[in-house]
Write a protein that binds this ligand. Sequence first.
Ligand SMILES: Cc1cc2nc3c(=O)[nH]c(=O)nc-3n(C[C@H](O)[C@H](O)[C@H](O)COP(=O)(O)O)c2cc1C
Length: 440
Amino acid sequence: MADLTTNFIGIKSPNPFWLASAPPTDKEYNVRRAFEAGWGGVVWKTLGEEGPPVVNVNGPRYGAIYGGDRRLIGLNNIELITDRPLQQNLREIKAVKRDYPNHAVVVSLMVPCEEDAWKAILGPVEETGADGIELNFGCPHGMAERGMGGAVGQVPEYIEMVTRWCKQNTRMPVIVKLTPNITDIRKPAEAAYRGGGDAVSLINTINSITSVNLDTFAPEPTIDGWGAHGGYCGPAVKPIALNMVAEIARNPETANLPISGIGGVSNWRDAAEFMALGAGNVQVCTAAMTYGFKIVQEMISGLSQYMDEHEMTSTSEIVGRAVPNAKNWQDLNLNYIAKAKIDQDLCIKCGRCFAACEDTSHQAISMSEDRVFEVMDDECVACNLCALVCPVENCISLDAQAPGTIDERTGKVVEKEYANWTTHPNNPIGEMFELTTPDE
Ligand SMILES: Cc1cc2nc3c(=O)[nH]c(=O)nc-3n(C[C@H](O)[C@H](O)[C@H](O)COP(=O)(O)O)c2cc1C
């Protein structure tokens, strides 16, 4: 069986699956059970400064978006950081770390944007024996209005400043957790790097309102007739998170900055995808909240089986492997030509491909009187919509045309050579782009 042990910025764990800072990691009881179930590490639910703990709402704090089968695909929350006393959390962290020395215990922190406030909390956290800290610059609600969380994460200068304070005042590795509620994720990541951060983790939750009650006209979840925006997470956010991870991994300024990938990880495949795009490990919240701690067992067995099949011995062989293949649009090969193909044996004649193509795309699918659907190669641009709306898996595929074939749509011979938009004769703004060639 493949060796899943990881060393993320010097923090060792039996596998790359950590629980993200959230309710699953809010107390000793949970964390012990999580480690027993197989999780490799945890980021403890965010601690605030000494003093009266924050007060959460006592009404619905979650909202959900469902898929057609009522599978939860998006989760919204208006929860704050831990509402348990700081000293109690610190005692529990110390006890857990003592009993699980080989598991990763990282502590998430959020205190006011003042150096003394950060200094005051770093010592007691270090005293617990925790492996590292994660700076919560992402929480989009409640704390942001108090000048913390997302309010810091949206200003690169603040990220850099607080990261530097922490690096100067602790020997623990510092992970900077980024908010996705910004325009360009590369800027906060660069700031974390400049501040001396050992790694970034992302994404925290996305600003969201789940729904509006059309009888009361209140946003949901509704507290006594009112609603507030919350943070969105779960499988629905994975594509956004994957792109942000890739953006940081591809950026020359931050290419060597370790990344902990978060956002919709629900199975081993999601995890491997984050790792392929540059994440050294992953963190999970919604999937554990939906299915319980034992889902990690499927993640462990799935990832090791995948690695065995690909003759990989270490997870580091996956990390970053897809990064060179993630390009900007203008670098894609415009000489590549594919055509959709319908497998008539699998087709159930529902006509969804026809409706989508005929009404909204390229009118490239014909329908006979007895409902046989066929792709017309002289119209098909291989947009893939037919394959995506088809309810039967593998019924419609995209076939690449071999070089030398005549493309029936354009009448041109499919070329073997690579050509990007920059070099294309029809490109009106070609000079704005630098000429690039694909990596060998
Ligand atoms: C109820 C809830 C509470 C959360 N609390 C925190 C928190 O205290 N600190 C933090 O950094 N992130 C917090 N998060 C964000 C998660 O750590 C994670 O970044 C996010 O949920 C995306 O991962 P997922 O798609 O696996 O859920 C919370 C998320 C949820 C759902």
